[in-house]
Design a protein around this ligand. Structure first.
Ligand SMILES: Cc1cc2nc3c(=O)[nH]c(=O)nc-3n(C[C@H](O)[C@H](O)[C@H](O)COP(=O)(O)O)c2cc1C
Length: 387
């Protein structure tokens, strides 16, 4: 049994145990992957101030995200096709999140449906919406999320077009995988994954199939999805969707202070400073570099969350110290899921929690809500001196 001490250990196991096309789908960014790489290397540029002789007893990482209590300020980000990393992946991740006391966000492009998650969990989860051209379908998703008592809607704004990830094209990524000789060879070496898949009926995008007009089977789905992400979405539509939803709204994919101000003006409850984990606009700034300007512009008026590049509790602490009120992990928990299913997601959360807790203490703090920029050593010109 492998000893897991950090997220990299889970990543190594994920690579071994999951078909290459799905591991690559997770571990890739768009085009040159510059933004994907910098999301993590920029976190590493920030250093921490070690403080000593401070009472470290009675520490707490508890706080609130959009008014909901969380055991630490880390939510599971929406990740499409999670149920291909591991059978029933979204249900397993949601269960792990519930037990840990952190929010789980279900993607529109999930394998398990909104109803699947509702039936298999008791804590309210968050639903991530992609706006589709088919307005009736989009409204249907909102109604289903309401019926499932989702406690927030995360509206993703940075994917009106799908960023190109070269590996997906080269691997012939499809859900479920097509039985090509290459895929069969790959699957034969990951028989445990295959056994898991044989044991579930959840093999396709269950939020969509049977709900969108003309999508009754898998053959018609890929054609439908390619043409359905709505490139016309604008702030007026966001306002309309907010009214239609009527609950807590989190806008995901904000990377610019001007857009953060617009998000504030439409009345969102929170924003996620995100570049989609480097999967959309290659060449965009990393999220952590974009954060200070956004906090300065709107941080006292709207809850600012962040994702992209978080691989440790130190990263979470750095983001919180900079002024974020919550963080999300994507790949860090997917590595856990691909490595060891629900247990692996729990392990990822435990690793991050311990790193966060200990690092906070060694920086001289006992309460995550009281941590501020003073614990950070930020290189001069970290945000960049751009024209
Ligand atoms: C494999 C994969 C699939 C994703 N699918 C979605 C999605 O369906 N909806 C969405 O809003 N974001 C999606 N994202 C972006 C994540 O929500 C999140 O922004 C990103 O993973 C954060 O970066 P990190 O992986 O470095 O933590 C996806 C990310 C990955 C890695």
């Amino acid at each position: 049994m492998a000893v897991i001490t950090n997220i990299q250990d889970l990543k190594d196991l994920h690579k071994k145990r999951t078909p290459k096309m799905f591991y690559d789908y997770c571990e890739s960014g768009s085009w040159t992957e510059q933004t994907f790489r910098e999301n993590t290397t920029d976190f590493a540029q920030i250093r921490l101030r070690q403080r000593v002789a401070v009472n470290m007893e009675g520490r707490s990482t508890k706080t609130k995200m959009i008014g909901q209590e969380v055991s630490m300020p880390v939510a599971l980000a929406p990740v499409g096709s999670t149920g291909m990393q591991c059978a029933d992946g979204e249900i397993k991740a949601a269960k792990a999140a519930e037990k840990f006391g952190v929010p789980f966000t279900l993607s529109t492009m999930a394998i398990c449906s909104i109803e699947d998650i509702a039936e298999n969990t008791t804590a309210p989860f968050w639903f991530q919406l992609y706006v589709m051209r088919d307005e009736e379908f989009t409204s249907g998703l909102i109604a289903r999320a309401k019926a499932a008592k989702c406690s927030a809607m995360v509206l993703t704004l940075d994917l009106q077009l799908l960023g190109q990830r070269h590996k997906d094209l080269k691997n012939g990524l499809s859900v479920p995988p097509k039985p090509t000789p290459k895929a069969i060879f790959d699957l034969a070496q990951r028989w445990k994954w295959g056994m898991g898949m044989l044991g579930t009926k959840r093999h396709t995008f269950r939020n969509i199939v049977g709900h969108a007009k003309g999508v009754e089977n898998i053959a018609s789905l890929s054609k439908w999805a390619d043409s359905q992400f709505d490139p016309r979405m604008d702030w007026n539509q966001i306002k309309r969707l907010k009214d239609e939803w009527g609950g807590k709204l989190i806008l995901k994919g904000i990377l610019d202070a001007e857009d953060a101000i617009k998000a504030l003006e439409v009345g969102a409850d929170a924003i996620i400073v995100s570049n989609h984990g480097g999967r959309q606009l290659d060449g965009a700034l990393s999220s952590i570099r974009s954060l200070p300007a956004i906090i300065d512009a709107v941080g006292d008026k709207i809850e600012v969350h962040i994702d992209s590049g978080i691989r440790s509790g130190q990263d979470v602490l750095k983001a919180m110290a900079m002024g974020a009120k919550g963080t999300y992990i994507g790949r860090a928990y997917i590595h856990g899921l691909g490595a060891m299913g629900e247990e692996g997601v729990t392990k990822a959360l435990e690793v991050i929690h311990k790193e966060l807790d200990y690092t906070m203490a060694l920086c001289g703090h006992r309460d995550i809500e009281k941590v501020g920029r003073d614990i950070l050593l930020i290189p001069k010109n970290f945000e960049g001196d751009w024209q």
